[in-house]
Design a protein around this ligand. Structure first.
Ligand SMILES: Nc1ncnc2c1ncn2[C@@H]1O[C@H](COP(=O)(O)OP(=O)(O)OC[C@H]2O[C@@H]([n+]3cccc(C(=O)O)c3)[C@H](O)[C@@H]2O)[C@@H](O)[C@H]1O
Ligand SMILES: Nc1ncnc2c1ncn2[C@@H]1O[C@H](COP(=O)(O)OP(=O)(O)OP(=O)(O)O)[C@@H](O)[C@H]1O
Ligand SMILES: NC(=O)CC[C@H](N)C(=O)O
Length: 549
């Protein structure tokens, strides 16, 4: 006979390195949920995730230890499971401790350390080597940490050690379609072990990572009984009748566009707020990238914290100025028009004699982008406002952006969105406004994309259609397809080789670019760490030529 059990899932937004503030947040939840039997916090809750090389600092462990003492002292009426790094001076573990009755009941060490994609846990931690099960109200609870669940072994061993309910603490980052992928994995573990699972994820933006929450309780058949919201903090108590979770009303799961959009809003808001910026600004061109970035910024921070600057030059169409102004008005943010003609002319006067008898080329185009960068950085410095840079994944892939020009900025909200996804999210965002006041003017979505750096310039003068470009980038950079694979998909060899060369040649540019949130399965940051000085592209081209010959 088991007593009813109440388990509280604390899906909190914690801040990396803010050990005292994180502890205070944890203590506040404990004080509010003393009627619960067990409160569960996310993976490495004390330090936030991922603490990266902070884990090398010996002083970190002293601060963690005194925070844990305070948490332990608050557990007179409720048990608490809290994640933290731990060391004995030589070995370092990713740990989960259960406190109850003001004492440490058990500490579990993560057995499966993720070391792929954005993860680096082998750099810091040694894997644990045993299952840990604690008994609460006569129910045996097995402890797991995030990656432990992504293969069958650890959950199976925990069941063999006597667990009747699995509890997992997590810092599982968002990417497109991650929720359904995660649910399949979790559900498989429940079916294999025939045990229910309480899965508590972190929420919040942390540099390029977004933790999307979506904590769940699954029953022993792998069906969802409790589901916490996407990209919001939430503390929810799940009720267990014996070892069976009682089903609660489930929230609607946002579709692909909504889930990405909300994740980007969270990432932007947390980056700005956690880094202490009072406001943001951006260059608003009348094009779709800056328009979507503006909508995200206003949704994240409110119009009063956002400034848009239109900086026309002689190639800027009147409709670009009109659309930029209309959008800023609809979204209620500050808007300035600052023509760059005098600046460009002055630079050209100085540079022309130095250029000698050279032809006009992208140098002159880059100068326009750089004049805009100087204006925006001046405003950023003067007002302490963070400059948002507006490049998307397709442009950054092929280097279609100017260093120290439109790449100026401290955060890049859409850097991991291929251009086609920029369109998809813009169309989605417009469904949230009344038809007569779209968040993004319709013409911005329907007109042909242009950098407006030369007369009548269109992106497609230098690049293939974005549907094609995005497919090739996805195939080559995200799925590691070969030239032959891409040609077999129907793309011309010349085009495939040209895009691959551009991708490889522009690693240096991406490396200098601002940080921004991961959305795709493989971003150009932690997920794909390519050398800058790198001749593999020649190897690739040569070996393809040989295969063909
Ligand atoms: N491996 C390497 N390591 C370090 N630095 C390297 C490098 N290779 C070149 N560089 C340096 O980088 C410089 C070239 O880079 P950069 O100055 O950026 O200029 P670049 O890549 O030559 O030109 C920028 C391109 O982006 C297009 N654009 C610009 C602005 C906005 C948009 C848009 O639609 O959004 C498009 C523009 O039309 C042009 O085709 C060279 O002068 C060289 O010194
Ligand atoms: N006339 C302009 N006024 C203000 N900012 C501009 C202007 N032109 C370019 N920018 C800034 O530089 C970025 C690069 O934009 P550009 O127009 O060159 O091409 P894009 O990548 O198609 O971007 P967008 O779709 O926003 O126009 C813009 O997103 C914007 O932030
Ligand atoms: N922190 C972790 O162990 C995360 C790894 C895991 N595979 C995930 O993305 O959910």
């Amino acid at each position: 006979m088991h007593l009813p059990l109440n388990i509280t899932l604390a899906q909190l937004n914690l801040t990396v390195g803010a050990i005292q503030a994180n502890k205070e947040k944890i203590l506040a939840v404990i004080a509010e949920h003393e009627g619960s039997d067990l409160i569960i916090f996310p993976e490495l809750a004390i330090t936030g995730y991922p603490p990266e090389d902070l884990l090398y600092r010996p002083d970190l462990y002293q601060v963690v230890s005194s925070a844990l003492d305070e948490i332990s002292a608050a557990t007179e009426n409720v048990a608490v499971a809290v994640g933290h790094p731990q060391t004995d001076g030589e070995t370092f573990w990713n740990a989960l401790t259960v406190f109850s009755n003001k004492r440490q009941v058990a500490t579990y060490h993560k057995r499966k350390l993720p070391n792929y994609g954005v993860f680096d846990e082998n750099r810091y931690f040694t894997p644990g080597d045993e299952a840990v099960v604690v008994e609460l109200q006569g129910v045996r609870i097995g402890l797991l940490i995030c990656e432990d669940l992504w293969s069958p072994e650890a959950a199976r061993q925990t069941r063999e050690a006597g667990a009747q309910i699995l509890v997992s603490v997590n810092a599982s980052p968002f990417e497109e379609y991650k929720y359904s992928q995660r649910l399949q994995v979790l559900s498989a573990r429940c079916k294999e072990t025939q045990l229910p699972l309480v899965y508590v994820n972190a929420v919040g933006g942390q540099d390029e990572l977004i933790f999307d929450g979506n904590s769940v309780v699954l029953d022993a058949s792998g069906d969802v009984a409790v589901h916490l919201p996407h990209c919001e903090e939430a503390v929810v108590t799940a009720h267990f009748d014996g070892v069976q979770p009682v089903k609660q009303k489930l929230p609607t799961v946002p579709d692909n566009s909504a889930s990405i959009y909300q994740a980007l809003v969270l990432a932007l808001r947390d980056y700005v707020q956690k880094n202490g910026f009072p406001s943001v600004l951006l260059g608003l061109s009348g094009g779709i990238d800056s328009a979507l970035t503006l909508a995200l910024a206003v949704d994240a921070l409110g119009g009063d914290k956002v400034r848009a600057v239109m900086m026309p030059y002689r190639y800027t169409a009147d409709i670009s100025v009109a659309d930029a102004e209309a959008q800023a008005k609809t979204l209620g943010c500050a808007f300035d028009i600052v023509p760059i003609e005098p600046m460009v002319n002055s630079f050209m006067e100085t540079l022309t004699p130095l250029f000698g008898n050279t032809e006009r080329d992208t140098t002159e185009e880059n100068l326009q982008a750089r004049c805009r960068g100087v204006i925006l950085m001046g405003l950023s410095n003067k007002h302490g406002s963070l400059l948002l840079t507006t490049g998307n994944k397709s442009e950054l892939a092929v280097g279609y952006c100017t260093l120290y020009g439109d790449m100026c900025g401290g955060f890049a909200p859409i850097k991991d969105l291929p251009k086609c996804l920029v369109y998809q999210l813009s169309i989605y965002r417009n469904t949230l406004n009344p038809k007569d006041s779209p968040a993004i003017p319709e013409r911005v979505i329907t007109r042909a994309p242009s950098a407006e750096l030369a007369p009548d310039q269109k992106d497609q003068d230098s690049l293939p259609p974005y549907e094609v470009l995005d497919e090739i980038i996805d195939g080559y950079a995200e799925r590691d397809l070969s030239i032959a694979d891409l040609v077999a998909l129907g793309y011309s060899e010349t085009l495939v080789k040209d895009i691959i060369r551009k991708i490889e040649r522009n690693e240096y540019k991406r490396r200098q670019g601002a940080v921004g949130p991961k959305v795709t399965r493989r971003n150009f940051n932690k997920d794909r760490r390519y050398p800058i000085t790198n001749h593999y592209v020649h190897t690739l081209m040569n070996s393809f030529a040989k295969n063909e010959g």
